[in-house]
Design a binder for this molecule. Sequence first.
Ligand code: FES
Length: 353
Amino acid sequence: MSEAFRIRIDGREVEARPGETVLAAAARAGIEVPTLCQDERLDPMGSCRMCLVEVEGQRRLQPACAWRVEPGQAVTTQSERVDRHRRLLLELYLADHTPPREPNAPESEVLALARRYGAERRLDPVEAPREGREDPNPYITFDPGQCILCARCVRYCDEVEGVNAITLAGRGARTTIATAAQIGLLESTCELCGGCIDTCPTGALREKKPASLPVVQETRAVRTTCNFCGVGCQLDLHVAGDRVVRVGSPPPGTTVNDGNLCVKGRFAYDFIHHPDRLQTPLVRGRDGALREASWEEALARAAEGLLAVKERHDADALGFISSSRCTVEENYLVQKLARAAFGTNNCHQCAAT
Ligand code: FES
C-alpha cells in the first residue's frame, strides 16, 4: 500500500491517503463539508454540487466528494466564494422543492442546509411541480415535488441492494424517480428494504405510516438488535413517550449492518403496540376456553402435555421447532431440551442455523 502524505485543508496540515477523496481526508481530520448526493456506501457521483470547494491551481470550484487528493494539495472548504455558491445552489433547490406535506415531518438535509447557509425561498420555480402517482405498496411513498434528483436512492438500490428497482426516468425537466418499466414497486424487483428512504436527503421518499401511529418530530432513539432473524442487525427504535413510532438504521460505518435493514427490520414494528399482541401466557381450561396464566403454570402445563405424549407414543412422537428469532444460545437450549430431557433428535429451527 502506498504511503500517506500531507495536504492542507483550510490552512491545516492533514494526513491524506493515496486515492481517497478530499471529502474523506477532511472528514478524518474533523473538517465537515456539506453534501447532498454523497453516501459513503456509494461511488461518488458529484451531481448535487453541494460539496464544491476551492482547490489551489483550479479555476473552478471542485466537488470534494469526487476530487482525489494529491501530495501538497491546498484546499479551502470555507470562504466567501464557497459560501456564496452554497447559498445560491440551495436557493435554486428551494425554488423547485415543495415543503413537506405533513406538519410534523422531520427537517430534511436540504432544509437544514438552507437554514444553515441562510438560503431563502426567493427564486421563482423553474418548472411546474412534478406530479407523482401514488404507489400501492404498503411502506414507501414518493413525492416528486421534494426530489432534487441527486440519485442517491437509485444508486443505493443498484450498488448496495443490487436490485435496480428504481431509476432516473424521463428527460430534462420531466426527469423523476420511477421503476424502469413504470410499474408499481410490488411488481418490480424492489425488496421494500426502505434503504432509499434512509439515504434520501430531501424527504421525497418517506415511510407510509401505519394508520395507528402518529407522525411526531420529538423522539428519542433507542439502539437495539433486530430480533427477526439471527444476523443481529442494529437498529434505532424512535420512541415518542412509550410508543415506537419509527425504525431507523444507525449511520453507515457504525454497525455490522452498515446502515442497511431489510423489510422486516425496518417496517414490521406495528405489532409492538397491536391490541392482539399476547402479553401473558394463555392456557386452555376444561371448558376449552383460553385464560391468562402465570409462566410457571403455562410451563408446567406444557411439560405435562409433552410427557403424556412421550408415555403414550414414545419420544420420537415429539418434535421441537425453534425460531430464527431466538438467539443461538436459546436455540442450543431447545435442542438440549429435546435430546437430553425428552430423548429425541426431532428438533429443527426455521432458519436451520
Ligand atoms: Fe459532492 Fe454532491 S456531495 S457533488
